[in-house]
Design a protein around this ligand. Structure first.
Ligand code: P6P
Length: 319
């Protein structure tokens, strides 16, 4: 069992040693993400400065106003991941189409990421995050991003909150590392995370309840009547992080306004679903295991219900 306080790089290399035929490419890929996370973390700490806060008076592919920190985070990830040489293609929430880095021509992997999830929370100093999902490069076309949730090689997120925490899985355990800014190292703080079998928290934007079907409204009413409390941060990564550690359910269902829900399959829902399932929880689109979902395009939105087994089982019975 790796000891608390082990730094992320050593952890990655020790994990690599467990696979004799590993070439080290995934390790270098993960270390590139780690470097980008440190760069973004340092800038979120300074987001209070006028020159970073506020709108970049641009609109991204999602039709959302782009905050300057969004742009900075997107550029940092594209530059650092591109320069690593490990990624043949990068798909970003901030880019209409995938980017094919000059130095990635021999890359074994492709990566999808949301550079700064929850950007509307930047200005009110609420936790924000970066999510990522890694697949094997197959044909080197955009279709490689549509392999499906169960083909993810690795997935994770970085939450920039009261501390910066890096959480990821390569398909077995889920481990969390907290940044010690005094030495610039992510140190193992949450080894082998397991989500509680059952929680006491539900996390959903109830202002959309008017657009849900009745069975779903009844399900959340039943949680309220069973003494559950409500928590919603409004940054998916922060709501997922709390659900991973405390249990319960996080959901962004489809509704009248968002026919397929709001969250994006490739770089938000599928990586979070992998993490929750590898930590012993469950994730579904309301019909099937979320890892069975194969996106139809890189920005496709899908409904998501994820969390402790108890809540997801009772949800599926209710629907
Ligand atoms: P709503 C943030 O903008 C985000 O993409 C997710 O991080 C978050 O879970 C969701 O949107 C919140 O959406 O409609 O509740 O404001």
């Amino acid at each position: 069992m790796p000891e608390i306080g082990m730094d992320l790089n050593r952890f990655i290399l020790e994990e690599e040693r467990r696979f004799p035929d590993a070439t080290g490419s995934l390790s270098m890929a993960l270390m590139a993400i780690e470097t980008a996370a440190k760069v973004i973390a340092s800038h979120t700490r300074m987001a209070g400065l006028v020159d970073i806060l506020g709108k970049a008076d641009k609109v991204n592919v999602q039709g959302e106003e782009v905050q300057k920190l969004d742009e900075f985070s997107n550029e940092a990830l594209i530059t650092i991941l591109g320069d690593s040489g490990q990624f043949y293609a990068l798909a970003s929430e901030e880019e209409d189409d995938p980017v094919f880095p000059e130095k990635g021509k021999n890359g074994k992997y492709i990566i999808a990421f949301d550079p700064l999830d929850g950007s509307t929370n930047i200005e009110v100093n609420v936790s924000i995050g970066t999510s990522f999902s890694i697949y094997k490069k197959l044909n080197g076309t955009v279709e490689d991003f549509l392999q499906g949730g169960d083909k993810q090689i690795a997935a994770g997120y970085v939450i920039y909150g009261s501390s910066t925490v890096f959480v990821y899985t390569t398909g077995s355990d889920v481990n969390g590392f907290t940044l010690d800014p005094s030495v610039g190292l992510f140190l193992l703080s949450h080894p082998s995370i397991k989500i509680p079998e059952k929680g006491k928290i539900y996390s959903v934007n109830e202002s959309n309840a008017g657009g849900w079907d009745q069975k779903l409204r009844d399900y959340f009413e039943s949680l309220k009547n069973s003494g559950y409390t409500s928590r919603l941060i409004g940054t998916m990564i922060a709501d997922v992080h709390r659900t991973l550690l405390k249990g319960g359910i996080f959901a962004y269902p489809a509704d009248e306004k968002n026919k397929n829900g709001k969250l994006r399959a490739l770089y938000e829902v599928l990586p979070m679903g992998l993490l929750i399932e590898k930590a012993g929880g469950m994730a579904t689109d309301g019909e099937k295991d979320i890892l069975q979902v194969k996106p139809t395009d890189i920005h496709q939105r899908i409904p998501i219900f994820l969390g402790s087994k108890s809540e997801i089982y009772s949800l599926m019975k209710a629907l």
